[in-house]
Design a protein. Sequence first.
Length: 83
Amino acid sequence: MTADMVFLMRRQEPRSRFQDLDSVTINVAVITDDGDQIAAGSEGTIVGIWRGGAAYEVEFAEPPGALATIDPGDLTLVARAPI
């Protein structure tokens, strides 16, 4: 199976509230995987969906390349990714 096919299958996950590349705002301050703190209200992009939407990997612009795994209840949709 190609990486493209895996991406498309994951993107169409029916139980997930958010989709890959959706813009979201976080409702709580979080610590990134590298130990940086991201303030509540910061905007990021969904880059991974874990266990059908049990958690989301979100990438932030500041600091550059910052990633954090966030619960769905701590996210608010800003804009849906274009299909």
